[in-house]
Structures are given as C-alpha cells and as structure tokens.
Design a protein around this ligand. Structure first.
Ligand code: GRF
Length: 212
C-alpha cells in the first residue's frame, strides 16, 4: 500500500476528510509548522503519528525546508499532501518532491492564485468559483491540474459563505484525487494529468441559471 504524509497549518478539515474517506493509503504522519494547529489533535486521536516543525527558529526559508524534508523523509512517503499548509516552499523543496507533491487551492486555477481567493472572486464578480487539486511546481499555485470542482456564486454571498460552499467541494475532490493516486490512475504527461478510467460530465454548469 502506498503511503502519504499530510502537511497542515491549522484546523485541518481537508486532512480530516482524507482520513475519513478510508482510502487504500497509509497515512504515515501529519506534520504541522504550528504546534497549536487544531488538526494535530484530531490526527493524534485517530492514532496517526504527528510532528511539528516550527518555521520560526529558522533564519531562512531554505533552512526550514531542509528540516521539514528531513522530517518528511523519515516516513518515506510516496506522496506529500499539502492540506492548508500556509508556507511558501522553496524551489529545492519542490524539486525534491517533483511529481510527489500535491496541493488543494480554493479557486479554479489559474484564476486567483495566492491568498483571499473568495474575497477576490467576489470583487471580480465571477459567477462560478471553485477549487483545484494540482501537483506542485516551483510557481506558487501553479502546476498540473488533477481535478476541479465548480460552485455557483450566489447573490448576497460573503467571502465566508462562498468559502463554506467551496470547502464542501474541497472535502470531496481531495479524497477523490488521492484515491486515484492510490489506484495508480494519475498519469503526468507533458505537464498535464490524465486520470485513467475517469469520466467527464456531458452537462455544463451555468450561473445564474434560468430554464428557457
Ligand atoms: C482550504 O481552503 C485550502 O484549500 C486552503 O486553506 C484551507 C485550509 O483548510 N489552502 P483546512 O485546514 O483544510 O480546514
């Protein structure tokens, strides 16, 4: 069975969704850069190994990343799963895990990379928003897309209400992507991901919508 290490910085609801999906994967450890990340308590209660690698004592990003790599590599995972890990990773880190590092981002990439995606989506007036699971490359919030989920932006939405709608989808597509990984169905080819055996919908999502 393949194994994964999950990196978190906070509540870890995506990590919980992954754990609760009972995937055919061994979750070797959950690692946080913050000792008070609430997701750590959940992982411990589930009997999963946890570790904290605090970024603050490290003078440089590279020094922190080197320590983080040592901690991750002790578990020898097949895949490193970023789940609300709020640190920008150095090129050296990303290259070390090339093709073995995956992230979820709360927007339909390549729209709205970076922070405050829901507020920025509302300001831009988009009618459809969503989330993306992608392999990580040195460019932040860039890299081969595995799966996306789209949600409507509703009249009167706030950044919070929109975030909640997107998060529900995050909790669906991240376990799904990891199941495909576990089943050896993700294939990277020329910077794009093929999911063997998965189907695409024949319908479109339109928003706003009115029956004609
Ligand atoms: C999620 O919206 C994720 O997409 C983003 O940060 C948030 C983390 O939430 N990168 P959680 O810690 O998984 O609950």
């Amino acid at each position: 069975m393949k194994s994964i290490v999950i990196l978190i910085s906070g509540r870890g609801s995506n990590m919980q969704a992954i754990v609760e999906a009972n995937l055919p994967l061994r979750i070797a450890a959950v690692i946080s850069n913050k000792a008070d990340a609430t997701g750590l308590e959940y992982a411990q209660a589930k009997g999963i190994a946890t570790a904290v690698v605090d970024h603050r004592p490290h003078a440089t990003r590279e020094a922190f990343d080197a320590e983080l790599m040592r901690c991750i590599d002790a578990y020898a995972p097949d895949l490193v799963v970023l789940a609300g890990f709020m640190r920008i990773l150095s090129d050296g880190f990303v290259q070390h895990y090339a093709g073995r590092l995956i992230n979820i981002h709360p927007s339909l990439l390549p729209a709205f990379p970076g922070l405050a995606t829901h507020r920025r989506a509302l300001e831009a007036g988009v009618k459809i928003h969503g989330c993306t699971v992608h392999f990580v490359t040195p460019v932040v919030d860039h890299g081969p897309i595995v799966v996306q989920a789209a949600v409507p932006v509703k009249h009167g939405d706030t950044a919070q209400s929109l975030a909640a709608r997107v998060l529900q989808q995050e909790h669906q597509i991240y376990p799904q992507a990891l199941r495909w990984f576990a089943e050896d169905r993700l294939h990277l080819h020329q910077g794009q991901v093929n999911v063997h055996g998965a189907q695409t919908l024949d319908t479109a999502l339109r928003s706003p919508w009115e029956a004609s």
